[in-house]
Design a protein around this ligand. Structure first.
Ligand code: SF4
Length: 271
């Protein structure tokens, strides 16, 4: 099996994302989070569960160190103590400090200026910082800089392989380039799509898949072998979820409509 064309992938992803959006509702990852907090989270979550990274981020916040200057002002041992819940705390401390030092040296400490750079040069710059690999760089681009990148992680790749959308073992760089051609060039939609794949991976499509209760079962080659469009029409119109800041949103809608609604709610409720 070879990689599909961008048009073929769009045709397959649209109904799949409709089903996931209808089933899980808006994911709203880091929609109004400070960019340095997003970056710290992206570094601290490497090779660990989110709960540990979240606790370490909270420790940095409580210590007044959740910023470029804050991290630079911490001595090594204090930083290690704060990030210990995220595991590999010596390495995570070194990564946080390497990132903060880069912002200080290359951008006079101005993270906002760094994140305003065009996407591909910024991606190359991020990949040049010690501790930042492709997945972390794309998370920073998408969630901290709000640029139209896509985070190809294990959850996404595993689900797409099992669904029969892509062949097994495709290089992640090729997969990212293909997904960026197939999906809308809109960071909100790309963030929602990534959030939905992660949600699917955590709830159903983990290392041991829970196919019997999966919303994509009807359309999954691994799970059963039906059609994605059949799954979309089967589940559409059943879910209601609590939206941004408590608003009720009825999600009898497509993935793209959900994203439009979510963006409107965020704008309406912005201070
Ligand atoms: S049906 Fe099973 S293999 Fe297919 S996406 Fe769902 S959990 Fe994964």
């Amino acid at each position: 099996m070879k990689l599909p064309s961008p048009a073929e992938l769009t045709e397959r992803l649209d109904p799949l994302l409709d089903v996931l959006a209808d089933h899980f509702g808006p994911q709203r990852w880091w929609t109004d989070t400070d960019p340095f907090e997003v970056i710290a989270g992206a570094l601290l979550v490497q090779n660990t569960a989110w709960a540990g990274a979240a606790k370490a981020t909270e420790n940095l916040r409580a210590a007044g160190a959740l910023s470029v200057d804050g991290v630079l002002g911490l001595d090594e041992l204090r930083c290690q103590e704060l990030v210990r819940p995220s595991g590999s705390f010596r390495q995570k401390t070194a990564k946080l400090k390497a990132f903060a030092e880069h912002v200080r040296e290359a951008h006079e400490g101005d993270l906002g200026r760094m994140l305003r750079a065009p996407m591909e040069p910024l991606r190359r710059e991020l990949l040049g910082i010690w501790g930042v690999g492709p997945e972390t760089a794309d998370a920073i681009l998408l969630y901290a800089a709000r640029k139209p990148s896509f985070v190809v992680d294990t959850y996404t790749q595993r689900a797409l392989e099992r669904l029969g959308v892509i062949p097994g073992g495709a290089p992640r760089a090729a997969l990212r380039a293909l997904l960026l051609e197939a999906l809308p060039q809109d960071p909100w939609q790309l963030a929602e799509a990534h959030g939905l794949f992660v949600r699917l991976g955590k709830s159903h499509c983990g290392s041991t898949p829970e196919c019997a209760t999966c919303p994509l079962l009807l359309g999954c080659r691994y799970g059963s072998g039906g059609s994605l469009r059949e799954a979309a029409s089967h589940s559409r119109g059943r879910s209601t979820h609590v939206g941004h800041r408590g608003c009720q949103v009825s999600l009898h809608l497509s993935f793209r409509t959900n994203v439009r609604n979510l963006r409107t709610l965020c704008l309406l409720s912005a201070p």
